[in-house]
Design a protein around this ligand. Structure first.
Ligand code: IPE
Ligand code: MG
Length: 232
């Protein structure tokens, strides 16, 4: 979700105003997903590198994160949304960590949209954690090196119980992944838009879905093979 700062600057507002407007865009995106029956939406809210921002901005982002979570969690629960968080988070305040745990518990039994929020998340961190855990299991003899397959590695990575994302959307005009879901995005369709995140609404979401529908997913096969199996 990129472009909050530029959205604010264009209006002569402080950056945090852009982040607040970004929360509204999150609300709209969640509504679109719920309406369309999209099963999983994962939001990149704060990366492991975002700690490098000015202290004041990081502090305000944490506050905004806390208040938004507290304000939205009941409504999300009532709308069948299951909230999940991925990322390190040990550097968060105890209060924020508690709120995150509580929100996950409160919505755990919901059957609607799974809303994953990546906070203090980095794709390299995720893969590194997986390697550490596998190494521990190898060291104690629970796993032998020959058993380490892509499927086994996947089982150690965040969101291993969910399908890989079909569509990745990056707003704000940059064309990079910025250490997001590195493992998961191997075959994801990548959509880049100039639209700044606070301006990203249902129309922009629809446009990205329409673009996605034009893509042929081949997963390494030829188009002839794909067309044949689609016709079958
Ligand atoms: C939001 O956009 C991303 C967050 C880490 C919350 P930015 O804050 O990166 O916005 P720009 O890139 O400065 O416009
Ligand atoms: Mg940015």
């Amino acid at each position: 979700m990129d472009g909050n700062g530029r959205w604010a600057r264009k209006r002569g507002l402080p950056r945090i105003a852009g982040h607040s407007a970004g929360v509204e865009a999150v609300r709209r995106a969640v509504e679109v997903c719920a309406r369309k029956g999209i099963e999983v939406l994962t939001l990149f809210a704060f990366s492991s590198e975002n700690w490098r921002r000015p202290k004041q901005e990081v502090g305000l982002l944490m506050e905004l994160f806390m208040t938004s979570l507290q304000q939205e969690v009941q409504e999300l629960r009532d709308n069948g949304v299951r909230l999940r968080f991925i990322g390190d988070r040990h550097a968060f305040s105890a209060q924020l960590q508690d709120s995150i745990d509580a929100a996950q518990r409160l919505t755990a039994a919901n059957q609607g949209l799974t809303l994953v929020v990546a906070v203090d998340y980095g794709g390299r961190w995720d893969i590194t954690e997986a390697i550490r855990k596998i190494a521990r299991h190898v060291a104690c003899g629970d796993v032998v090196p020959e058993e380490i397959t892509p499927e086994l590695v996947r089982s150690y990575i965040s969101l291993n119980d969910l399908p890989d994302p079909d569509l990745f959307i990056r707003t704000g005009g940059e064309r990079r992944i910025s250490n997001y879901l590195l493992w998961h995005l191997a075959y994801t369709e990548l959509y880049f838009t100039e639209c700044l995140w606070p301006d990203f609404g249902p129309q922009q979401f629809e446009a990205s879905l329409a673009w996605f529908c034009t893509r042929q997913r081949r997963f390494g096969q030829t188009s002839e093979q794909v067309e044949q199996s689609e016709g079958a």
